[in-house]
Ligand binder design. Sequence first.
Ligand code: GLN
Length: 191
Amino acid sequence: MKIGVLALQGDFAEHQVMLEKLGSEVVQVRLPSHLQGLNGLIIPGGESTTIGKLATEFGLIEPLRQFGLEHAIWGTCAGAIFLSKDARRNQPLLRLMDIVVERNAFGRQVDSFEVSLNVPALAKEGTNAPYHAVFIRAPLIESVGKGVEVLASLEDGRIVAAQQGRLLATSFHPELTDDDRFHRYFMELSR
Ligand code: GLN
C-alpha cells in the first residue's frame, strides 16, 4: 500500500506519521510525477487558498483531478474544501466532490472545538464507539449531491463528513488524535 500526502502546505507530516504506523508506504506529493504508483492521496488541513495557489503553480490541478477520477482521495478540513465543487469563494478547487462547503463556518470566537461524533461507517474498523473529532477553523459541508453519502453530522444535523465513491471529506482532523479508524477506513478505500 502506497499513499501520498499532498505536501504543499498544512499538517501533512501528521498524516504521514499515522499512515506509517499503520504500515503504509508514504510519498510526499509536490509534483505531478509523484502521483505515479500511488493507491490513494490525502490532502491535509491548512489553508485551502494557499494549497490551491501552490497546486496551481506546481501544475498539479489537472493531474490531481485525473488521479481522483480513478483513485481514492481524502481531504481533511482545508483538504475537504479543496476537493469540493463549490466553496462560495473565488479560489482554485479540484471540484471532484459534489459537495458545497462553507469555510470557517464556526466563526471566530469558537474557531476550534472538540466533539464526539457518531460515525456508523467506522463499525467496519472494529468498533463504532463515539469518534472524538477535532475542529480547527473548520468548514461545514453545507449540502451534498445525490451520489454522496453523509458519514457524520453534528447533533444539530450539520454535515461534517461525507463520502462519494472513493472520495472522502472530513471537516475535522483525525491526524491530530490517536484514533486511527479514519486512516484505516481510507486505506480500505484505497485498495
Ligand atoms: N480555515 C481553513 C480554510 O478555510 C481550514 C482550516 C484547517 O484546515 N484546519 O482553508
